[in-house]
Design a protein around this ligand. Structure first.
Ligand SMILES: CC(C)(COP(=O)(O)OP(=O)(O)OC[C@H]1O[C@@H](n2cnc3c(N)ncnc32)[C@H](O)[C@@H]1OP(=O)(O)O)[C@@H](O)C(=O)NCCC(=O)NCCS
Length: 136
């Protein structure tokens, strides 16, 4: 069956959680915190999803201003569907929604550190993260 891609198509919290689990990214996301998972869906402003029929098989979830920067928080493809070009297409569709000079910024999961350079991403030596439990 062909894979279809949608932009900002509604998904349920359960579909999101199930996909993250099926992709292995769930091990690095707060799946037990439903409020957080629901907010991740409802407050993202660019979500591309991949579907085989009614089945959600991939997601690229971003927060962006569409002009200057786009933070790609979650890129996940169901393990059964990996290595078929779905992740790449989710990134292409994300890019298509952004202005030409808009940068995509992300933190790679350990399993994907070789994936992003393969698709043309460059490592940024001046990237910084402030963890939620750190006071300023
Ligand atoms: C990383 C992930 C999104 C890639 O999606 P995918 O649909 O399997 O990848 P694609 O089929 O689009 O792969 C595109 C290219 O990257 C290569 N590739 C795929 N996974 C790779 C990996 N982990 N490391 C290096 N290269 C990889 C493919 O061989 C393909 O190469 P080609 O274009 O030369 O043929 C998917 O494997 C996944 O969900 N992994 C678990 C969750 C995760 O780590 N997500 C990233 C969070 S930051």
């Amino acid at each position: 069956m062909p894979i279809h891609y949608h932009t900002n198509h509604p998904i349920t919290v359960d579909q999101f959680i199930e996909l993250l689990r099926a992709s292995t990214l769930g091990a690095r996301r707060p799946l037990e915190d439903r409020d957080c998972m629901a907010a991740m869906i409802s407050n993202a402003n660019l979500t591309i999803t991949a579907w085989e029929g009614e089945r959600l098989v991939g997601i690229a979830r971003s927060v962006t201003d569409f002009h200057y920067c786009c933070y790609l928080s979650d890129l996940a493809v169901d393990e059964y569907y990996q290595r078929q070009g779905i992740g790449k297409q989710l990134l292409r569709e994300t890019r298509r929604q952004l202005k030409p000079d808009c940068k995509i910024i992300l933190l790679s999961a350990p399993a994907a550190v070789d994936y992003y350079p393969h698709l043309g991403f460059e490592r940024h030596p001046q990237a910084w993260v402030l963890l939620g439990d750190k006071a300023i």
